[in-house]
Design a protein around this ligand. Structure first.
Ligand code: URP
Ligand code: ZN
Ligand code: ZN
Length: 458
């Protein structure tokens, strides 16, 4: 099977040209300005951008959390991702106390196998570190699970103390992996939550008011300092606060391998959403929380200046009905997380490129190339080049769509951006040479996605 995409504007992190892309089976085999080879199928991409498929390196599909399970499994979540122009995800497998890392990996592989419609990898969440688990970390890196997520928040669930974090970092520094960090001071937050509840403050907005920006900044600083002492790259996940960004900027100015992502929710939503009437604020209960509106500009500047290197989604959807309502009388029981896997590429194009905050190349870099490089997928993924997987999105920069839970494909009963019109739509989506979304229809197959063995640093 061969496919020729003609007359599009090819955009990578570094290139922008009118050109054609030739695909044989699952691989890009030629690029040119006027390719004339015969192909089984020709797609005319006139007036469209031809970009590498989006890579979302922070998703939580089928994840037990907060007394329930995230609403999208690997089928619905990856089909929604495909509609939104994302062709690879890196999800989080969880080692629960007493379990081996390999058991956790196998568990998450079983969740994905036969269901995922796009390619996937895993970060490993470590909650129980002993000598045997440390040995397993090395084995996992060799097997292509090359990043470990640690938590400085959620005491009693995921949170680890500094000594454990440091041991995991030392091991990762030696085995060529990367540390992902949820950076919020969980001890401080716990005290503030208990005090708020004792004062009868139970509404969703207290989720945000008990998670100060300084608690994120302190943990970000600590995570980077621990990583510096352990000599390991650290990637701060879901950075939301300007104060935390300052910590990353300072570290990068000193030349440290400190990286950070932010997410669309922190660029387009704000604390004001928690003030929506009734229980509506629960839609936005996530950690870290939404910040004051003024933070958005600071994050956009960080994205433009490369103090932030990636935009992922932290897709962790819970329905308002029956899931978010677990915390109707107590904000601390509202499952943390929100949907976003489907809306990332359009939101960032509309709110970033069209407004002039970031360039077209930077859009591709932040949503595909840079995550691919940081997490060992590049150059197989994250670019359009001969030899790369044919993961390609044909993006219509002029098409408009109105975001709504009723028309999006995520299995969740609300959308945080309900009613927002965006310009720029992923029209045709190709995963390893197969057209999986076309004319608004999913043409792929659940189970066609494959586990991707990621590379380590060494
Ligand atoms: O609120 C969030 N972010 N839920 C998902 C779990 C996490 O901390 O990433
Ligand atoms: Zn987190
Ligand atoms: Zn997350």
């Amino acid at each position: 099977m061969s496919l020729l995409i003609k007359h599009g504007t090819v955009v990578t992190a570094t290139d922008l040209y009118q050109g054609d892309v030739f695909i044989e089976r699952d691989t890009i085999t030629a690029l040119g300005t006027a390719l004339a080879m015969p192909a089984d199928r020709v797609i005319d991409a006139t007036g469209r951008y031809v970009i590498p498929g989006g890579i979302d390196c922070h998703t939580h599909l089928d994840m037990p959390f907060g007394g329930t399970t995230s609403a999208d499994d690997f089928e619905s979540g990856t089909v929604a991702a495909a509609f939104g122009g994302t062709t690879s995800i890196v999800d989080f497998a969880i080692q629960y106390k007493g379990q081996t890392l390999h058991h956790a990996w196998e568990t998450w592989m079983k969740k994905a196998e036969g269901k995922a419609a796009i390619d996937y990898g895993f970060h490993m969440i470590i909650t129980d570190l002993d000598a045997a688990v440390e040995d397993e970390m090395d084995a996992l890196v060799r097997q292509g699970v090359t990043s470990f997520k640690l938590f400085m928040a959620y005491p009693g669930v995921f949170m680890q103390d500094d000594a454990t974090i440091f041991r995991a970092m030392l091991r990762t520094g030696g085995n060529g992996g990367t540390i992902c960090m949820h950076a919020e001071n969980g001890g401080v937050i716990d005290v503030l939550v208990k005090r708020a509840l004792a004062e009868g403050k139970t509404a969703p907005k207290y989720h945000a008011l008990t998670r100060p920006a300084r608690a994120e900044a302190e943990a970000t600083h600590r995570a980077i300092a621990l990583a510096e002492m352990a000599d390991v790259p650290v990637y701060i996940v879901h950075l939301s606060a300007a104060e935390a960004l300052e910590m990353v900027t300072e570290a990068r100015d000193r030349g440290l391998p400190a990286y950070a992502e932010t997410c669309p929710q922190y660029l387009f939503l704000s604390y004001d959403n928690y003030e929506e009437p009734g229980f509506e604020g629960a839609k936005y209960v996530m950690s870290p929380p939404l910040r004051p509106r003024a933070t958005q500009d600071r994050l956009w500047r960080g994205l433009a200046s490369n103090d932030l290197q990636a935009i992922s989604t932290d897709h962790c959807p819970f329905c308002m009905k029956e899931q978010k309502t677990l915390g109707r009388d107590d904000f601390s029981k509202i499952p943390n997380g929100a949907p976003g896997i489907e809306t990332r590429m359009s939101l960032v194009y509309d709110g970033g490129v069209r407004t002039g905050r970031i360039s077209l190349n930077r859009w591709v870099e932040l949503t595909s190339t840079s995550p691919a490089k940081i997490f060992g997928l590049f150059p197989r993924k994250g670019t359009i080049a001969p030899g790369s997987d044919a993961d390609i999105v044909i993006f219509n920069p002029d098409a408009k769509t109105t975001l709504s839970a009723a028309t999006l494909h995520m299995k969740v009963d609300y959308n945080p951006y309900e009613g927002r019109e965006v310009t720029g739509v992923s029209e045709t989506v190709i995963s390893r040479g197969q057209v999986i979304v076309e004319n608004g229809v999913f043409t792929g197959r659940a189970g066609a996605g494959e586990f991707v063995k990621r590379q380590s640093r060494s």
